[in-house]
Each structure stands twice: as structure tokens, then as C-alpha cells.
Ligand binder design. Sequence first.
Ligand SMILES: NC(=O)c1ccc[n+]([C@@H]2O[C@H](COP(=O)([O-])OP(=O)(O)OC[C@H]3O[C@@H](n4cnc5c(N)ncnc54)[C@H](O)[C@@H]3O)[C@@H](O)[C@H]2O)c1
Length: 358
Amino acid sequence: MKQFLLRDTLIYLNDTSFNSINKWMNSNNFDNVFIIVDKNTNIHCLPILLKHVPLLKSSFIITIDPGEASKSIEKVHAICSCLINKNITRHSLIINLGGGVVCDLGGFVASIIKRGVQFINIPTTLMSQIDAAIGGKVAVNLQHYKNQIGLFVNPQIIFIYIPFLLSLSNDELLSAQAEIFKYGLIYDKLLWEKCKLESDSKIMNFENMISDCIRIKIKIVESDYYDYQQRRILNFGHSISHAIESVFFSSKKQTISHGFALSVGLICETYISYENFQFSSKKLNMIVNAILSVFPKINLDKNLDEMILKYLKSDKKNQNGLYNFTLIKDVGVAVVNCSVSDIQIIHALDYYRKKCQT
Ligand SMILES: NC(=O)c1ccc[n+]([C@@H]2O[C@H](COP(=O)([O-])OP(=O)(O)OC[C@H]3O[C@@H](n4cnc5c(N)ncnc54)[C@H](O)[C@@H]3O)[C@@H](O)[C@H]2O)c1
């Protein structure tokens, strides 16, 4: 088992005996415990948790629909009503057992109900084990705009059990790879090389990879918890990917996972970086080809560009009417607060479409 500390939150990685969580539960006396799951983690992960942590057998289970649509203010209202009907008190505990959606939503609910109750994250997707469950950002979406209502708040503990990943689909595993590529591109050239190698061989050492990502995320978050400067490097790829997620999300016909949208965001924002910092086209191709060798090509019709720009206009990082992007100067070297124009974004989307045809 590995252990990490982020502010006051202990992160346990792969404690297969569940000792740490049993000990922690035994040393706390909660009025009642609520476990938030989605329909998939209810089936695949909840029975494992209850088997290993018998104290949780009397918990009240709240099950939500899987998917991004659950990260809504309406769902917050429904869960809070349910918690109040079930007599939640300030001495209750909420456990988020699921991917980034359950952790973002459940963390948000826990931080506002009764002005805040304790919560723990038990992330069950690779995406949430390397990223979403860690760092204290919780949020829900509003009118198809991503993460518009949220706060910074930390869980008591984060318990990462790697075997939960066994029931995850290949697409969901792949989705997380976009965030791993991102960590390499913004912070760690060695991780980038390792990730490229592992994606070529299709064999990933999960424990090492998760542990590398957690270490990077902790370093970045601790240097700028409230996201004013250095933490913004984590946004690389996300300005465009969030806008793409919003476009798909609002269309109702199509959905796209966070990681697949991020693969497009990484390519487009690498292209803008190449134009801004004028690194070699060889480097541009190396990065883009590595991403396209594992991710499917996403069909982004030219007539979606206007909508993408519309959603980008509400990006939380914008300042004085300009898009404020994180770009890279080189692999492992990110630069925050770069002003980017509409035309650069259109060029980057055109570049993505062209690359997809080759
Ligand atoms: N707060 C942050 O810092 C942060 C960082 C990155 C991403 N996010 C957010 O995280 C969300 C994406 O997270 P995600 O990729 O985990 O998506 P998700 O939570 O939607 O999970 C993906 C799918 O996997 C299913 N699933 C989860 N665990 C499973 C398991 N063990 N076995 C089988 N199925 C399982 C879920 O039901 C869902 O259908 C987005 O909303 C994104 O904005 C937040």
C-alpha cells in the first residue's frame, strides 16, 4: 500500500485489505452514513465495499443515473431532499463511490448540506483515481456549461482500490489516458515517454501510473490550491475539450466521454502552442500522432465551430473578454495565462479535422 497526503487528506493507494478504511471508520462515530453510487458502481463496486467494510452495511444508499447529465443542480436538489428526509446531521458521513461524476456531485452535496458534512471519496474509474477524486475541486454543470457551480473542499480520506478497474470498459480506461498524456505534457517528460511506451505495448502498470499521477497532482495543487496561477497548468487541453463536451451534451443525440473530448483538446491546444511558441513541426507531429494512435477520431463538423466558440466564452479562466489558455512550450513545460483568439481556435479545429483525414 502507498500513502500520500494532500493538505489534510490522506490518500491510500491499493490497500487491498481495506484496513485503513476499516480503522478510520472505527475511529469515527457518525450519526449515519450515506453512500452515493451510480447504477454501475452500485452493481460492480458496492458489494465489494460492503463485504470488506462490514460497518457500512447499515448505510443508506443513494443511486443516481450514470453519466454527465447527473452533474446537475436538479440532482443536487434531489439528493439533498433525500438526505434531509433520511435525517442527515452535521455528524453524518457521505461516501462517494464512483467515477468523476459521483465524486464531483457527491463532494458538492456534502459541502453544502447542513453547511457541510464530512465525506470520503472512493474513486472507481481510472480517470477519478488519477485525477477527479483528488485536489478538492467539486462542481456541477449549468445549462450545458461545465463545472459552473462549485467550490474547493477536501474529503477526509481518499481510498483507491485498483481492482475496481476490472469491471471498467476499455473505453473508460482509455478515457483516463488523455489525462495521463496531459500530466506528461505539462509537467513530466519522463511520464510522457513512459505513457507513450505503455500505450504502444497496451500494457499499463496501474499502480505505478496512478502513483506517478497522484504525486504530480499533489505537487501542482499544493503550490496553488485556489487555482490562481500554477494550478492552471492542469487546464491544458481543457478549454477546448470542455466546450466540445458542452456541444455534445446539448445535442442530446450524442455523448462524449471527458477523456475522448480531452484527446481533441490536447491536440488543438498543442497546435496553438506550436503556433505561439514556434517549436518544431517534428515535435508537433510526434505529440499529435502519439495521441491519435490510441484515441478514436472524433467527428467535429465545421458547423459546430460557432457553438464551440460560444461555450468557450464562458470559460472560468477568461479575462477582459480574452480566452485565457494554458499552453506548452515543450514536452513537460507549461505556460499559464496565454491569450488566444477566435481565429487561433478555428485554425486549431481545422488542423484537427485535417489530421483526422490522414
Ligand atoms: N474535480 C476534478 O478535479 C475533476 C478532474 C477530472 C475530471 N473531472 C470530472 O470527472 C468526470 C469524468 O469522470 P469519469 O471519467 O470517471 O466518468 P464517470 O463518473 O461518468 O464514469 C464513467 C462510466 O464508468 C462507470 N463506472 C464507474 N466505475 C465503474 C466500475 N468500477 N466498473 C464499471 N463501470 C464503472 C460509470 O457508471 C460511468 O458510466 C467529468 O464530469 C469531469 O468533469 C473532475
